[in-house]
Design a protein around this ligand. Sequence first.
Ligand SMILES: [Zn+2]
Length: 88
Amino acid sequence: MSLTNILNLAPKKDEIWTPATVHLVDKICPKCALGRMTATGRGMQPAPNVPPVFEHKCDKCLHKEAYGKQYPRAEFTKIEEKGVEETQ
Ligand SMILES: [Zn+2]
């Protein structure tokens, strides 16, 4: 029995559900190389018509830096199921 059955979850007619694994991604501090960079919740617009960046702070040395992606974050990797043909 799959987890979706146990939880009584099912895709709706207009949804496609794909099994995936999740990896939590941490950014190592570029200054001390010991701490992890964590988003402070502050976003900044470096210039007009440029994507926003997010302020991060090291949890060890308190170094601050801004990135286009927020850390920590989750990355999903599709699981290839054996014996199941992909249908579109
Ligand atoms: Zn640091």
